[in-house]
Design a protein around this ligand. Structure first.
Ligand code: ASP
Length: 429
């Protein structure tokens, strides 16, 4: 049975088990243990994978013109798709007004007096989203510390520089660097294959635990907000991004099939960083994207390109304003859009990381920070959905960039090809 079907079955079973066995402590503890083991196994690969993928990519890209072309296109794609997703949220929230129930701001009904301590606690330790801070954080003081802290931005910055200069070493030295990093990259990809054997079990454990702990009751008062965010995410995932693929002659269906397990992993783990190994493996093996392109686009995309997160930030800020009964001017709404776009760049690919960015937006447009308390109840579940959209946006970007680089993507990809395709051939040209 195909992996995505196995994971889907695990997902459905997890919903059933989570709601039936949610009160059994032994079940919760076992699921917690299994889920954490699966997550840790994926996270274990992130650092060596990012570094080796980026360096291999830079060695493959070779000259400065190639880097400028791929980098330029990638940045344009990231910005354009994030803007589309944020605008979708802006329009939907204005049309549906989930923060206003029966003509009255929903704040009081939702118990607006959320306590500040809880909000502060929930936004702490989620990474930083401050705009200028992103630039400062980009340069790591110590690469090993960056690695130890899984500081993706710092690692990427270092790896790009390393790869750029490694590609300019004299012949013998350059080749030995290439072989070394390609070896590490290939081992990581193969390890990901091994971990994905356990994906159905890992997904079952993670999701059943979430279902058991969240409970449907918490979602009900916020059903409208929940529905608007899910609808906007679906539009981004099923309409806009597939349209982009189509307009370049690429099949969205094939793309979904190729990256399905990565999307399901993102959904279950709520972490695009933890999903990176799976995304890279699927892009290489099923979508036929070279290590050169996927190694460049995916680590970068995982760190800075978050369609779902930006969309959610915008929807949440506007919803909170509505719930407080505050009319936001068009100008303020555009400020929210711009801030959602910019702060999503600094959001870490870990669970609930957007809460800190939402806090920044609220403060910037003069809304009370406690507003975050309104959405906490649905955040966990919406996190799963937006993380899947984040990862989907990155994979579409990788496939598109590979297509623009003249690679044969999606149509020709077969499993057999995948298993043997060494990044060496990609990296050399
Ligand atoms: N959990 C998201 C991710 O990993 C980030 C967020 O929106 O909280 O992509």
């Amino acid at each position: 049975m195909k992996l995505h079907w196995q994971i889907l079955i695990a997902l459905v079973a997890a919903f059933a088990a989570g709601s039936l066995l949610g009160d059994v402590p032994l079940f919760i503890r076992t699921m917690d243990m299994l889920g954490t083991m699966f997550l840790n196994a994926l996270r274990m690969l992130i650092v060596p994978l990012i570094v080796s993928a980026m360096i291999c990519a830079l060695l493959g890209i070779g000259n400065g013109a190639g880097l400028a072309r791929l980098g330029g296109r990638t940045v344009v794609y990231f910005l354009a798709t994030t803007l589309i997703s944020v605008t979708t949220a802006l329009v939907l929230v204005n049309l549906v007004s989930p923060g206003i129930i029966d003509g009255v701001p929903a704040g009081e009904r939702l118990g607006l007096s959320a306590d500040t301590a809880r909000v502060t606690e929930s936004v702490a330790d989620r990474g930083q989203g401050d705009l200028l801070d992103i630039l400062v954080r980009m340069i790591p003081v110590n690469v090993f510390e960056a690695a130890a802290k899984a500081d993706m931005l710092g690692l990427i910055f270092f790896s790009i520089l390393f790869g750029y200069f490694a590609a300019r070493l004299p012949d013998g030295l350059m080749q030995s660097q290439q072989r070394f990093w390609q070896g590490i990259y290939e081992v990581m990809i193969r390890l990901t294959g091994l971990i994905m054997w356990f994906a159905p079990l890992g997904v079952f454990a993670l999701v059943s635990q979430t279902v058991a702990q969240t409970g449907l009751d918490a979602l009900l008062p916020l059903a409208l907000f929940f529905g608007v965010v899910v609808a906007a995410l679906l539009i981004q995932m099923l309409v806009w991004l597939p349209l982009i693929l189509r307009s370049f002659g690429l099949s969205p269906l094939r793309h979904f099939k190729a990256v399905g397990p990565a999307l399901l992993t993102a959904f279950s783990t709520s972490s695009s960083a933890a999903t990176l190994p799976v995304s890279l493996q699927r892009l290489q093996s099923e979508a036929g994207v070279s290590a050169k392109v996927s190694g460049f686009v995916m680590p970068l995309g995982t760190t800075v390109n978050m369609n779902g997160t930006a969309l959610y930030e915008c929807a949440a800020a506007l919803f909170i304003a509505q719930a407080y009964g505050l009319e936001l001017s068009i100008l303020t709404q555009f400020t929210v859009v711009a801030l959602a776009l910019l702060t999503s760049i600094g959001v870490a690919g870990i669970p609930s990381a957007s809460l800190v960015a939402i806090a920044i937006i609220l403060t910037a447009v003069g809304l009370p920070l406690e507003g975050v308390g309104l959405i906490l109840a649905v955040d966990r579940v919406l996190d799963m959905a937006r993380t899947a959209v984040n990862v989907f946006g990155d994979t579409v970007g990788a496939v598109l960039m590979a297509h623009l680089e003249g690679e044969q993507v999606l149509p020709g990809a077969t499993e057999a090809q995948a298993a043997v395709a060494p990044p060496a051939s990609d990296a050399s040209g």
